[in-house]
Ligand binder design. Structure first.
Ligand code: AMP
Length: 112
């Protein structure tokens, strides 16, 4: 899994922050002036697998690191968007749970 290998440092990435069980790095193909991905360091295919207490704790840590990164990158005042594509119709292409943190421009709604 490509994101597992980013988490271990086997594949280079522009890491912006880490917590105990999560890591944040720049998206290779940014869709906004700031586009960071936050992943759990252990493999979970998607949010649909983040069940029970362990899943809740992991999602909490990923979201919390997203909030911290958004603040550290100066997005908090103007605002930003969290996206977690899940499964085929959710548009997920990399099957390791990840949170997109997007900011630096006006977001639109509804998403495509
Ligand atoms: P999703 O479509 O939600 O599964 O998002 C996958 C994201 O991973 C896309 O935005 C890709 O640009 C990004 N991505 C894929 N490979 C890499 C990589 N090696 N380093 C950073 N971002 C990547």
């Amino acid at each position: 899994c490509i994101f597992c290998r980013i988490a271990t440092g086997e594949i280079p990435a522009q890491i912006v922050a880490r917590s105990d069980h999560a890591v944040a790095f720049r998206d290779l193909s940014p869709q906004a002036p700031t586009h960071v991905l936050v992943i759990p360091t252990s493999h979970l295919a998607s949010a649909a697998e983040a069940t029970g207490e362990a899943g809740a704790a992991l999602l909490g840590e990923v979201m919390a690191l997203g909030v911290r990164v958004a603040a550290e990158l100066g997005l908090a005042e103007a605002g930003y968007r969290f996206v977690m594509n899940t499964g085929r119709e959710g548009g997920q292409t990399v099957h390791h749970l990840h949170l997109h943190v997007l900011g630096g421009r006006q977001m639109r709604w509804p998403p495509g």
